[in-house]
Design a protein around this ligand. Structure first.
Ligand code: 6PG
Length: 252
């Protein structure tokens, strides 16, 4: 495990040897932050992502030794984004989290704030905003304790894609995103919400992420990419990546 001094201002970058180590590190961080948040304010609010990278991390959260360390009745799960597909669809991020760990932990239905992908994107976004407001209150930006994000080779994160009008959203907490086939329409949290989180954790694994990580983390081209625009205002920004994803970065 090593940290790069070349991390952009306000961020830390940790390199794990492989996806196994990255997943263990992420699960341990989830546990630590859940304990600290519950001690500080009685609950832990986390927004999850889909994609392939977090699968092993989520599976660990459902495993005996990890799940016992979390007070699940004080955890509220949200999603950073979701595809407009039913919750049992293979591309559903809810399905990924449900099958890997939610089904193994004691979390009541009121604590699972999934995005209703079975509805149209406008309705799902509107209902999701109401769900967030019901828990966090009607004023200002909600402050999630933890937001877990991935990054695409094109620098997208959550469902904020390069050039999308959703990047300019300053008021709404979540917006619909229309995508060409074969992708699906989506709903995504917006930058002001991501940037108001107390902790943001990016996960990236594999050689195909090396170029974009080099550009964002080392060359200082953060503003070119949606993922680089995630700069928590008061919170903590961590990148947890594996050696393949870090292969174009200079170690210290
Ligand atoms: C999703 C997210 C997306 C994802 C990245 C990285 O797919 O649910 O919308 O932003 O986190 O595309 O995905 P991988 O983990 O599959 O590389």
């Amino acid at each position: 495990m090593e940290t790069f001094v070349s991390a952009p201002a306000g961020a830390s970058v940790v390199v794990a040897s492989d996806l196994d180590a990255l997943s263990r590190e992420a699960a341990e961080l989830f546990i630590r932050l859940s304990q600290a948040s519950i001690a500080a304010h009685g609950r832990f609010t986390a927004a999850l992502s889909g994609g392939s990278t977090p699968r092993m991390f989520y599976t660990l959260l459902g495993a005996d030794n990890y799940r016992r360390a979390v007070e699940w009745d004080k955890v509220h799960l949200f999603w950073a984004d979701e595809r407009i597909v039913p919750p049992d669809h293979p591309k559903s991020s809810f399905k990924l989290a449900f099958e890997t760990f939610i089904s193994s932990v004691s979390l009541s239905a009121e604590n699972i704030h999934r995005i209703r992908g079975e509805k149209d994107a406008e309705t799902a976004a509107r209902e999701y905003v109401k769900d967030i407001r019901d828990l966090f209150g009607t004023e200002g930006m909600p402050a999630f304790d933890l937001v877990i994000l991935g990054v695409g080779e094109d620098g997208h994160t959550a469902s904020l894609f390069p050039g999308s009008s959703a990047l300019a959203e300053g008021n709404r907490l979540a917006v619909p995103v229309h995508r060409d086939r074969p992708d699906h329409d989506r709903v995504t949290l917006t930058l002001p919400v991501l940037n108001n989180a107390l902790h943001v954790l990016f996960l990236a694994s594999g050689k195909n992420k090396a170029y974009v990580l080099h550009d964002i983390l080392e060359k200082g081209n953060r503003n070119k990419y949606p993922a680089g625009l995630v700069k928590p205002v008061h919170g903590n920004l961590r990148w947890l990546i594996d050696t393949e994803a870090a292969s174009k970065l200079h170690t210290t």
